[in-house]
Design a protein around this ligand. Sequence first.
Ligand SMILES: [Cu+2]
Length: 336
Amino acid sequence: MAVRLVVVIVAAALGLAGCGASQNMMSPAGPGARLLAGLGVAAFVVFGATTLVVWVLIAIAAFRRRGTLAAHDPVDEGGGQGWILIGGALIPGVVLAVFFVLALVKMDNFPLHDGSVHEPEIRVIGHQWWWELHYPGQSPDAEIVTANELHIPVGQPVEIELESRDVIHSLWVPKLHGKVDLIPGWKNHLRLQADRPGVYEGQCAEFCGAEHARMRLLVVAQTPEDYGKWVAGQLRPAAPPADEVAERGRTVFETKACGLCHHVAGTQALGTVGPDLTHIGSRLRIGTNMFPNQRAYLGAWATHAQSLKPGVVMPNLTALSGIELNALIHFLEGLR
Ligand SMILES: [Cu+2]
């Protein structure tokens, strides 16, 4: 029994340690997360030491021999107030006050929002269970609309405005910064900055319904040059179908319900219920970053989204023929 317990505890510890690789807030990749990680280490050390002291005092109290009741005078009144005042009020008060001030100072060093606007400014809108992304740009025709994959330039703060269309969500990219909620009818702000190019995993961090755990976010941090190229690509409408099969795929997309929910710039597909798919072919993953963006997954998703992500707002669309499905996937892959 004891052995089994040890095995379970060790396995759980290893499991928890393992899940940190891509979402480890203790290995920060930007100034926001670095401040939080510093605060985390300080809190761990100070409160760890406090715990140790408390347990030592408890042990001393438990094992200290005081003779029997009969050998004692009546319980003396008024003893031990000093312990309570100093150990129970003064020391904790000072420690918590220091941490409070420390947290305020750190928040001030990399504020979530200070009223100023940095370019690029990005608007993130939470949906059950995906992320709608807008880059308003300088003019209405310079606006980029995309989903689930947030591109930012490295080495500079990026201003993000957060809101929700349904329930409360929370955006958390542990290696870049802390969590900030997306609340219906209310705008919150978050400032992200990444030191190095890379792909950083994020996750909805506020329970928002059945598929909450499958509401992931990828932050793709790029050199300013690569970021500029990405922006230029996103500003273009969908690539025209490269061949006859893609042409047929576009017709399927426009006529078989897909276009009611999805927008593909430059086609008849004008829906806004689901993610903008104008450049879906260039995204790394699908299903809000749950599955690789590959033929097999695209086909499975298009026909059986409910099996891949049960309860998702996209229905199963099994009425497609094999030829239609093949053309549809070919069309989606070409949307780069
Ligand atoms: Cu959620």
